[in-house]
Design a protein around this ligand. Structure first.
Ligand SMILES: [Zn+2]
Length: 368
């Protein structure tokens, strides 16, 4: 099995196009055509994790955080980043990062946080736009159903909790086959009119190639007439943060206890209680204080995230409880997410979760 087979699968659940501008996802060292011996999944890449991969005979490490974010100009081993990159290259270890592209999926990093808390009725807190396209194509009536089926299988026609959505209208198409043509209908050199249907369907733009291929494979015409339009609609399944609801409202203290236990975090930093019970919960793994105002606007009773700075806690403003559970803690279940996807698709292949706890933050709990 090649590395590209694994990365192609990962890019289905976390398309590269969804990474933020500052990010550096994808293959950082190694080559996609290498034979993959085994995969180690981690949140970070430290020298210990790299050593673990070597010992376990894994030549691909899939990490949430990219080891290289910005340009590196020297490789002298003066920082842990340089040492990891040097050691990975010397040992033929491929490093692949799946970061903000996984954060931005409704089935990504935040879904694991929402799972831990049992959140229902989930939606994206800050959905992205400009990610949808619409395909319009024209088909003889006889082939509409086959084309629709093929398009839906390629991932077109999904809107929120609905699938197989499209619109079909009727009209008359015309064409005149010229020299060299091999027409499915009509005769050479004569303008032909045909009762046709127009099929309109939307899809996320990263699936364009699959959708066009699906359309052409099911269409009987030699030349398919079609149009692609970019839509500025928001794509409700992609973006930052998730908001959802607890099955029953609980007191803030009960919720914090649940948080502490679910995320193995003894020390949660939080703002004062609002007096409201907790029902609506917003979450964002990693540094998420940029979403506090949106969490308030969406009516969340608490916003669970990490890396909140002192002054950012004031943004809660008595309208919401802002809870910081720690960066590593908030993203720890991302390892399971990646691991499970690989396990389900390659059940007999060597996929391991790192045993190294890479969290650089330790908590000193004074027992007085
Ligand atoms: Zn992170």
């Amino acid at each position: 099995m090649t590395i590209s087979l694994i990365t192609t699968l990962l890019e289905k659940i976390a398309p590269i196009i969804l990474q933020e501008d500052y990010d550096n996802v994808g293959l950082i060292t190694g080559n996609k055509n290498w034979e993959c011996k085994g995969v180690l999944v981690s949140l970070d890449i430290t020298e210990d994790i790299l050593e673990e991969a070597i010992q376990e005979n894994c030549n691909l490490i899939i990490a949430h955080h990219p080891i290289v974010f910005k340009g590196i100009k020297k490789f002298s081993g003066n920082s842990y980043v340089e040492r990891v990159v040097i050691k990975a290259i010397k040992n033929d270890i491929a490093i692949y990062a799946c970061h903000t592209n996984l954060d931005n999926m409704i089935t990504g990093v935040n879904s694991k946080i929402a799972d831990q808390l049992g959140l229902l009725n989930r939606s994206i807190l800050q959905p992205k736009n400009d990610l949808l396209e619409k395909l319009q194509l024209f088909s003889p009536k006889s082939h509409v159903e086959a084309i629709e089926k093929s398009l839906f299988e390629a991932g077109a026609g999904e809107i929120g909790n609905y699938s197989e959505c499209d619109f079909v209208s009727e009209g008359i198409g015309s064409f005149k086959p010229g020299p060299g043509a091999n027409p499915y209908l009509g005769e050479m050199g004569i303008r032909h009119k045909e009762n046709e249907n127009k099929i309109e369907v939307i899809y996320p733009k990263w699936r364009r190639n699959y959708v066009i291929q699906a359309m052409k494979s099911a269409h009987p015409y030699e030349e398919v007439a079609y149009e692609i339009t970019s839509l500025s609609n928001v794509y409700q399944d992609v973006g930052a943060g998730i908001i959802g609801e607890l099955p029953v409202a609980v007191h803030a203290e009960v919720f914090l206890k649940l948080l502490s236990e679910s995320f193995h975090q003894q020390c949660i930093k939080h703002t004062s209680f609002t007096g409201r019970p907790i029902k609506k919960v917003a979450v964002c793994g990693g540094a998420g204080s940029f979403l506090t105002k949106l969490a308030i606007a969406a009516g969340a009773d608490i916003y669970v995230t990490s890396d909140v700075k002192y002054h950012e806690f004031f943004d809660a403003d008595g309208k919401i409880i802002l809870a910081d559970i720690g960066h590593f803690e908030s993203e720890q279940y991302t390892i399971d997410l990646i691991y499970d996807v690989l396990r389900q698709n390659f059940p007999t292949f060597a996929v391991l979760k790192t045993k190294v706890i890479s969290n650089p933050v330790h908590y000193f709990v004074n027992s007085y």
